[in-house]
Design a binder for this molecule. Structure first.
Ligand code: PA5
Length: 442
């Protein structure tokens, strides 16, 4: 069960301010649950955990069985919300050196999340000595980055394996009826999964967008959904210990004091991509109408040796949200050394995790002294269930928080602007006027 600890914010936020924000958070929660706020046509994720049935889990697992033992690699093509949830879960749950170890599961690699020619070339080189399958994910079915990557991969697969095998080895996850990817999948006879209309990309990790790649990497998606389901129950109650209410209320209380940057902190490199997923969730949901907390992330203790100076001592516009893991999965004890040249014998007999925990505590106290409020979100351990809880808690807190801020948390008008410029610069048919206008600026 997720535990939100607000003790390390007490020097900064009065109980009066916090309680006022809790009242606002209850209203935000009510708006999310009743579906009567802005963007309410994108609330399909709210009841998703309780609505996911065994048929969907079984359908994902049937693709796992279809490809098990037949492919070495699965390429997952997608960007933004069609990439980050799966990437986050797979990074969190995998062995740190999975890419260099033998397993019975195919290795999952990602494509279509950048437009780097080097990445595309090196991916093809890597795949050239492997048998592979592809999951292509795009809700709109028209996003440039994954469309380019899929065109390249499809051509390679058809050349190497033939069109008939591709029908078995390509799965498309997209809209039920609209978009170029839907048309292509129907025409080519690929298996498909549907992204519900009312679930936006950044809230889609518990749809096939996240579930299929996570299952293909060998993880238990039933447990992931169970964790989310538990959080759905807990987070739907307007109670003082509702973790989503606590988190949303406190981050808005701190924001109201002028701290405009929230840094998501982890002390376990497996959680690096939780930061990436969370940044998209909060950045795209709240950063609009010239408002919103800027979401950043760091990996400690690694980044204490780079960003630590700024956080301790730079402009006082920051606060931290620490995602802490109570129990490490492994045990490594530091041994005594006869020579003790490194002077570390005072640590002999201690687990590495004990040192990590002291690093967490020492850093928290130093940052509080430096004027950085700290929110703590603790999970029991890194596994599918806890990750499911975390995903859902952050999602519902995001909806609540967006309504507290007074924005529509479920649209993303700002991400269209740069896309128009790219199309104009690349002379896409239909963009002739925009092309002329943009060239005049160069
Ligand atoms: O959250 C979002 O809406 C975006 O990040 C999208 O997920 C991203 O742009 C990919 O879109 P699509 O799935 O339509 O290819």
């Amino acid at each position: 069960m997720i535990n939100v600890n607000l003790k390390a914010t007490e020097n900064f936020v009065s109980s009066e301010l916090y309680n006022k924000q809790v009242e606002q958070a209850y209203k935000g929660l009510d708006t999310v649950l009743k579906g009567n706020g802005a963007g309410n046509d994108f609330l399909g994720w709210v009841n998703l955990p309780s609505e996911i049935d065994n048929a969907l889990i079984d359908a994902c697992n049937s693709i796992v069985s279809r490809w098990r033992g037949k492919v070495d690699v699965v390429v997952v093509v997608g960007i933004g919300g069609s990439y980050l949830g799966a990437k986050c879960a797979i990074e969190a749950l995998s062995h740190s050196f999975a890419a260099n170890m033998c397993t019975t599961n195919p290795q999952v690699v990602f494509a279509g999340h950048n437009i780097s020619e080097d990445y595309a070339a090196e991916l093809l080189e890597f795949l050239s000595t492997r048998t592979y399958a592809t999951v292509v994910i795009s809700k709109s079915g028209t996003t440039t980055e994954p469309a380019i990557a899929f065109r390249i991969i499809k051509e390679d697969m058809e050349k190497r394996f033939g069109k008939e095998v591709c029908k078995e080895r390509i799965v498309a996850i997209t809209d039920a009826s609209k978009g170029a990817l839907r048309t292509l999948a129907n025409q080519e006879g690929y298996s498909t999964f549907i992204i519900p209309d009312n679930v936006g990309g950044r809230f889609s990790v518990l749809t096939p967008v996240g579930l299929l790649p996570i299952a293909l990497a060998g993880f238990n998606i039933k447990e992931l959904v169970e964790g989310a389901r538990h959080m759905q129950e807990v987070c739907s109650k307007p109670e003082a210990n509702n973790p989503a209410v606590m988190y949303a209320a406190m981050r808005n209380a701190i924001y109201s004091l002028g701290k405009k940057i929230e840094i998501l902190v982890n002390y376990n490199p497996k959680l690096q991509y939780l930061g990436e997923w969370w940044k998209q969730l909060y950045g795209e949901s709240e950063g609009k109408d010239e408002k919103g907390i800027f979401p950043a992330s760091v990996n400690f203790s690694t980044d204490l040796h780079s960003m630590g100076q700024y956080i301790q001592d730079g402009e006082r516009i920051l606060f931290e949200t620490n995602v802490l893991v109570k129990n490490a999965a492994h045990k490594v004890v530091i041994e005594s050394d006869a020579q003790n040249l490194d002077g570390l014998n005072f640590l002999a007999g201690k687990r590495v995790e004990e040192v990590n925990k002291m690093a967490q505590l020492g850093t928290k106290l130093a940052h509080i002294d430096g004027g950085v409020p700290n929110i703590e979100i603790e999970i029991e351990k890194i596994d599918e269930y806890n990750l499911g809880e975390l995903f859902y808690m952050f999602e519902i807190a995001c909806g609540i928080s967006g309504y507290m801020l007074g924005v529509n948390p479920f649209n993303q008008p700002g991400v269209e602007d740069y896309k128009k410029n790219i199309f104009a610069l690349l002379d896409k048919p239909g963009y002739e006027e925009a092309s002329k206008a943009i060239r005049a600026r160069l």
